[in-house]
Design a binder for this molecule. Structure first.
Ligand SMILES: C[S@@+](CC[C@H](N)C(=O)[O-])C[C@H]1O[C@@H](n2cnc3c(N)ncnc32)[C@H](O)[C@@H]1O
Length: 262
């Protein structure tokens, strides 16, 4: 973890917030529950960035002066400190874990990270997934504060995105990244990528297993994706997403597609 603010941290955090986040980083190795502290750090860093409240998802440039906030409809000041978020999220995380402990069953959970087109999925009878959109989000960039603070990727960072350990840039593994846009060929590439993910993920599922896909399919791509797979659609639910961290100007609906393996 960095001991000095990187160029990114200097750009996107006020000086006091940088110091508080780095001081917290330095404490982590001294404690037992280090992964938990990294979660708290990452949540606090997201909130402590110099971004307007209405732009938490897609910040354009650091916000250094008071601004009219479209989320709260008033003048808000940019965040100076991180400590209050570290404290708030520590308490909140402990509460969530206590709640989780009350429901926790004796089951084994395995988390596997990687490109879903290539991962070897264990056999299972249910998939629940929220796939990426087409040309809307560069996920690695959106969560860059966490990559930087947790030193998750090797530095120095390449001028365009990050370089993975095998030399492939992270964004090259992202399906439907914003930087590829929404051209016809980008959409075709998206359909091909998502179809490959599902083909891989359901290969070892038994017939009759269910796949639940949460998606805002405004381009109507998912019937085409489903057609290329050994699945039939059982039903579609519509979900109104009225408020998340940022403030949307338009009403936003998601579909929940329920497929069954044939
Ligand atoms: C809509 S988000 C859903 C994230 C998560 N399920 C959630 O609800 O917070 C889509 C996710 O797909 C990931 N993704 C994109 N391409 C991928 C790939 N080739 N393999 C695995 N994940 C990928 C993105 O990085 C992003 O985290």
């Amino acid at each position: 973890m960095p001991l000095q603010p990187t160029a990114y941290l200097q750009e996107w955090f006020a000086p006091q917030a940088q110091q508080e986040l780095l001081a917290y980083c330095a404490l982590i190795p001294k404690y037992e529950y280090q992964d938990l502290m990294k979660v708290v750090l990452s949540r606090a860093a997201r909130s402590a960035r110099l971004v307007p409240h209405h732009e938490l998802d897609f910040p354009k440039s650091p916000q250094r002066v008071p601004y009219h906030c479209r989320k709260h409809d008033r003048i808000c000041a940019p965040v100076e400190e991180a400590r209050k978020f570290l404290e708030r999220y520590t308490a909140d995380t402990v509460e969530r874990i206590e709640e989780y402990m009350r429901h926790r069953e004796k089951v084994r959970v395995t988390v596997v990270c990687g490109d879903s087109r290539e991962l070897e999925f264990p056999p299972g009878d249910l998939i629940i997934t929220s796939p990426p959109y087409v040309g809307l989000i560069d996920y690695h960039e959106q969560h860059r504060y966490a990559y930087e603070l947790l030193s998750l990727l090797p530095s120095p960072f390449a001028s365009v995105g990050y370089q993975g350990s095998d030399g492939r840039k992270q964004e090259e593994r992202e399906i439907g990244p914003a930087f590829k846009g929404c051209s016809e060929s980008a959409v075709d590439e998206y359909v091909e990528g998502i179809s490959a993910v599902f083909a891989n993920a359901i290969a070892r599922m038994p017939r009759g297993a269910h796949i639940v896909v949460v998606v805002n399919d405004k381009r109507g791509l998912y019937p085409r994706i489903a057609e290329s797979l050994p699945v039939e659609q059982v039903s579609v639910l519509h979900r109104h997403v009225n408020r998340r961290t940022g403030r949307r100007t338009e009403p936003f609906f998601e579909q929940v597609l329920i497929w069954r393996k044939t």
